[in-house]
Design a protein. Sequence first.
Length: 214
Amino acid sequence: MIVVGEYPQPRSFHARKVTFARLTRENVYHPLWNSARVGYLSYVPPETVEVRRSARRRRTVSAYRDGDKTIVLLPAGLSTTDEEQWVRRMLDRLAAKEQRRRPSDDDLLERATELSARYLDGKAVPASVRWVENQLHRWGSCTPDHGTIRLSARLRGMPAWVVDYVIMHELVHLLVPSHGPRFWALVERYPRAERARGFLEGFSMAANGAPEEC
């Protein structure tokens, strides 16, 4: 969670909830959307950001991730103009914080092993999982014969459940090379598979005008 205080206290009114619509290149300011390579746009799917106002909160603004959405907590007395500014500021800070939190290749391998054990009965056994800088049109790739998995560095800083989906996708490729019914049945064991695909497709469409493959 990120917490910020203090600021001038505007007039007070009742608490309410607001759900922000999709943010795009046109309404997200620098450096939040610097380029498609930044890789921490966590706001592509619509209705991802939820703003909650509270009369008990007076001098602090905070934000945190809750699964596949972001919660921003604001004082009830904050004006509409200040609300928008604070939401954008907190999203920017969360995104920057997440980009700095980049798992190492060893962390990725450990996570892949955990995902395989949880959803694939441990049948997918990766030899390595590593970041690569040269995958600009794919989120992930693998070499089944060698058990190696590569993730695009553009995924760094994206929500963990999105990175997990790409890892899961490639883990299944270690077992099933093609994108047939058996492949997708295994991928769908990951609970957020559909949501993660939508996230990545939205990111790709907004950044490049076309979806990308794993």
